[in-house]
Design a protein around this ligand. Structure first.
Ligand SMILES: Cc1cc2nc3c(=O)[nH]c(=O)nc-3n(C[C@H](O)[C@H](O)[C@H](O)COP(=O)(O)O)c2cc1C
Ligand code: SF4
Ligand code: SF4
Length: 250
């Protein structure tokens, strides 16, 4: 294995990424099946992760914790909706990356009414990201040492990452998630996709366990029949999955 861009969708796990010719493994898969992942033997180690509340999502943090720096070259790419705060400082305390990049993507946090989920907005963001990805991949191929970009860091980064972010995450809860039983086809994807094992199937239907939910939206976004809702505010709202939008909007 040469490099390990993580947090890629399930269907892309273990795939060769075209732009950097590295092997991509999903972080969620790697955390669930640690035997598959031997980053210590890699020449290049890359971490691609989404920013949650200006911080590393809990599963990403757990994944990075205690990971030895052995690769000759390492890079981190944060995907965010618009502000990554001091996430690279948080990451650097766990792993010293040689190069850091940030990429604006569509917002996958659609649980609240004010988020712009329109096709026009998503198409714009994805189009801009496709161009930016080429530049980032080129820097990675050159084994560049780039500091985190100022663009997308946003104002008040330290306050957001160290204070507001932890409070925000600590107050997330799964209690407003529910399933419309008549729609549910009992495929089990919601339970399988939850990185925190917070969902169990009872009589084929999801039951949230009120353990640690990080509001990653994997359960609600990936349900093939849109049977999961979060309170009243998600009814009829388009879900966001990059792979589906790539096929649908382009
Ligand atoms: C719980 C949660 C918190 C988020 N917090 C932030 C944030 O602080 N800043 C930001 O720019 N984007 C934030 N986002 C948006 C995601 O980072 C962004 O939509 C994601 O990286 C998109 O990646 P993808 O296109 O690969 O799914 C958050 C998303 C979720 C689910
Ligand atoms: S992903 Fe949707 S259809 Fe499948 S079990 Fe969960 S709620 Fe039911
Ligand atoms: S939003 Fe859904 S998938 Fe994500 S942690 Fe919470 S219960 Fe699990």
């Amino acid at each position: 294995m040469r490099s390990m861009p993580a947090s890629v969708p399930r269907e892309h796990s273990n795939n060769e990424t075209k732009a950097t010719q590295d092997r991509a493994i999903s972080i969620v898969e790697a955390v669930k099946r640690p035997a598959k992942l031997q980053t210590e033997a890699a020449e290049v180690f890359g971490l691609v992760f989404p920013v949650f509340a200006w911080r590393l999502p809990l599963p990403v943090r757990n994944f990075l914790k205690n990971r030895k720096k052995a690769a000759g070259y390492s890079f981190a790419v944060a995907t965010c909706e618009g502000e990554y705060g001091d996430v690279f400082k948080e990451a650097a305390a766990l792993y010293s990356f040689d190069s850091c990049y940030a990429l604006a993507m569509a917002n996958n946090y659609f649980l609240y009414p004010w988020e712009d989920t329109s096709d026009v907005h998503r198409r714009q963001l994805i189009t801009a990201a496709q161009a930016e990805i080429k530049t980032i991949a080129q820097r990675i191929r050159m084994r560049a040492s780039d500091p985190p970009p100022e663009r997308l860091r946003g104002p008040g980064a330290a306050l957001k990452t160290n204070l507001i972010g932890p409070v925000f995450m600590a107050t997330r809860s799964d209690r407003k998630f529910f399933v419309e039983k008549a729609k549910c086809i009992s495929c089990g994807l919601c339970a399988e996709n939850c990185p925190l094992h917070d969902i169990r199937l009872t009589d084929g239907k999801p039951v949230w366990q009120h353990r640690k939910c990080v509001h990653c939206c994997a359960c609600i976004a990936n349900c093939p029949v849109q049977a999961i809702e979060y309170g009243r505010q998600t009814a009829g709202k388009p879900r966001y999955i990059l792979e589906k939008d790539l096929k649908r909007l382009f």
